[in-house]
Design a protein around this ligand. Structure first.
Ligand code: PLP
Length: 358
């Protein structure tokens, strides 16, 4: 069977070797006679998977010891709520940089919890650009600064980490593990797994331990980071299958050489598509300003709506999936996460050139 040319934005492509490994272990995980889904989350084989997933993430992102690694549920969307619930401080504001729809949603939730404000926004320019780091004015009354490292819908990405005196919080749902990062620059990082880490159902939270002191005892138990930190993310039943697949994806990433190797391939993949756009004499128009372009989501339109539709219809016939832009912006989007093979991006670049010449 031929694998699809899968450019879905999320849930998205998974490495074929990971799916094969899961298939091999499907009926009998390491001699247990069980699928991982059928095991107790307190059993030895599961605990090992849980630990390995944590250890691999620590290794791949070089997470310092003063950070907790948590596996939560509720998606990145629940983190829009949990971040302000846990990190807001009396008399201070959550500060947000708006770079797209997801950061707008994060701010909206924070306002329900406490005081929060946008300190910069790219909305007036249709979110084509990430605000320059030097222009960010974090105020004295900031409890934390929240950014969205990669804007899945608009196809922009931060290429410089803001250096601020208050804890930096980043939604890395669509670009975690696409390149090396300096975890120590952040107070908290969160990411739903279904773009670059595995299947939906698990959300990774990396939080500096001293920030846990901000959580108040009045918080609902499940929404308090301390509950999950104290119990090694085993306070209640974790999404065992999703964490197992996360572990397999992390093993795969490690075997390729980790984040530096992944970044190299990701740059190569992204350049293939951006070069076609830039060399097309305006036939394809990129949405993002060149300096803010994402390595993960390549957004573009064609000269007019008619051509855009013809392109998408023909792409579908050729076996490409997921190239429609997000329903809120239209146009086209190729999501080229870690697991999307270079060869598939080459086939897409070739198709784009060929469609243009015809
Ligand atoms: C997909 C996405 C989300 C939403 O994730 P859920 O897990 O569906 O809640 C949030 N932020 C970013 C940047 C995303 O790409």
């Amino acid at each position: 069977m031929k694998r699809a040319y899968n450019f879905n934005a999320g849930p998205a492509s998974l490495p074929e070797s990971v799916l094969k490994k899961a298939e091999q272990e499907w009926l009998n995980y390491k001699g247990t006679g069980m699928n991982v889904m059928e095991m107790s989350h307190r059993s030895k084989p599961y605990e090992e998977i849980h630990q390995q997933a944590q250890n691999l993430l620590r290794k791949l992102l070089q997470i310092p010891d003063n950070y907790e690694v948590l596996f939560l549920q509720g998606g990145a969307s629940l983190q829009f709520t949990m971040v302000p619930m846990n990190l807001m401080e009396e008399g201070k504001k959550g500060q947000y940089v708006l770079t797209g729809a997801w950061s707008e949603k994060a701010l909206k939730e924070a306002k329900k919890i406490g005081h929060a404000e946008a300190i910069a926004t790219g909305k007036d320019n249709q979110y084509r650009e990430i605000p320059s780091v030097s222009s960010l004015k974090t105020l004295e009354d900031g409890a934390y600064l929240h950014i969205t490292s990669n804007n899945t819908i608009f196809g922009t990405q931060w290429h410089e980490t803001p250096k601020v005196s208050i804890p930096l919080v980043a939604d890395m749902s669509s670009d975690i593990l696409c390149r090396p990062i300096d975890v120590a620059s952040y107070g908290l990082i969160y990411a739903g797994a279904q773009k670059n880490l595995g299947p939906s159902g698990v959300t990774v939270v990396i939080v500096r331990k001293d920030l846990l002191e901000r959580s108040k005892d009045s918080l609902p138990t499940m929404l308090d980071y301390r509950t999950h930190a104290k119990n090694d993310s085993l306070y209640n039943t974790p999404p065992t299958m999703a964490i197992y697949l996360l572990k397999l994806v992390l093993e795969w990433a490690d075997s390729l050489g980790g984040t530096a190797a992944l970044e190299k391939i990701n740059k190569e993949k992204a350049a293939l598509l951006y070069n076609v756009i830039d060399d097309s004499d305006g036939f394809y128009k990129g949405h993002a300003e060149a300096s803010s372009r994402s390595l993960m989501n390549v957004t573009f339109t064609l000269k007019n709506q008619e051509l855009t539709e013809a392109f998408l219809a023909e792409a579908k016939e050729r076996g490409f999936t997921g190239l429609n832009g997000h329903r809120s912006v239209g146009g086209c989007r190729a999501s080229i996460y870690n697991a999307v093979p270079l060869e598939h991006v080459e086939v897409l670049a070739q198709f784009m050139k060929e469609f243009k010449s015809r």
